[in-house]
Design a protein around this ligand. Sequence first.
Ligand SMILES: [Zn+2]
Length: 483
Amino acid sequence: MYVPFARKYRPKTFSDVAGQKVAVRVLKNAVRLGKLSHAYLFAGPRGTGKTTLARILTKAINCINPKEGEPCGVCENCIAIDKGTFPDLIEIDAASNRGIDDIRAIRDAVSYAPLKGKYKVYILDEAHMLTKEAFNALLKTLEEPPPRTIFILCTTEYEKIMPTILSRCQRLIFSKLRDKEIVEYLKKICQMEGLECEEKALYEIARISDGGMRDAVSLLDQASTYGEGKVSSSLLEEFLGILSQERVRDFLRLLINSEVDKALEFLRDISERGFNLTRFWDALEEEIRSLILYRSLKEPHKVMEVEDFHRSFEHLPLNALLYLEKVVNTARADARTRDFLRACELAVIKTLVVKDILPITELLKVSKPSQKKEETEKEEEKEDPFDVLKKNLDTLTYEALKRLRHVREGDRLVFYLKEGELSKEDIARVKAVYPKVEFVVEISSEQEESLPPFVEKVKDLFGAKVVSHEKRGKGKGSSGQSA
Ligand SMILES: [Zn+2]
């Protein structure tokens, strides 16, 4: 009979458990020193080993030949617990509506001594789902804990457990497992099963499982069955309908390099092939965030795993990344009013401006050269703003810009335009290459709507620098609206 990996490779001793160092140490020492609590609360995300540790603890305290706090695994009690036939282990799923009846039954049954082992153990899974009545019944039991009985409450929602219960339990917090811990465990399974696995694919599984070992192990199980003993990134992609991190990064590169055509093609392709767009978009945001983190930190390697991928974007200005993050993030809000694919496409188009965003330092250089550099840059400083624009803009944008009526005040430029005369993207581009520029949209009196959100966003993006410009602009805003 086929035994699923999740059951076959369920940790059987404390030392088998991946991660959860604190919980393991506390419990192992309690067993070794005979300092057990009457009630424990195991709190943490799903699949992080709460019920597994509860069972190991049950074995450790009922084992006939325990060693250093560990269960032997071969005595009849250990075997019975592993098999689920041990009479003194009672597992209750509080999520089922039998919760209250079970708790009442506990109250009646606790007076009986353990049948076979040293301790009777009640494991209450999903303890936060207990009804108020059941909680009260449980509380009565915990107030006068019966001898040689241990309660283990497991929950994913710590804050839903009544404080009166909490105060009677020893609390152990289970954390999500790190990708590396999951991968190490999966590797062991691969070895024992003789599976051919790409490490990349194992990391992919860890990432998708979001810190849950149980999910990771069953995913490996399914994926290896699908791949007939092989687990590779491409097979995983095919199997899950989720793009690999590598492909998500390929897409991100297209966005950063403003290869809009290719990016749109990529999107349509994965959508047609039935990949999960929402998950893809989540993954994309995650990648952008990791780049932002990398670019904002002085010593990024101390808080994150720095990869070549991050280093390859070292030159990219932080504000370009922040802009990208905003655009990608708003697609989700857009998706409420339109199809998700369309929202993503629109976002891709909006990213066009990324390539043109200069680093803040560059922007400052244009508007306010530092004292030291002033001399060497004098010539550059005197450069005609139109030359700067011509040099840094594409021909179409530059030509469109030149057609507009404008006023020059020293090195500042004010353009007057009618709504729609220059696209929002173009305005953003112009501002990016020459920040000392202002656009005044001339509007008729009945047309007093606010700025399109995109322009607002671009304004936000350059907020730090635009402030002074806006202050100055205010005086002459009578004829129009500053953009
Ligand atoms: Zn044993």
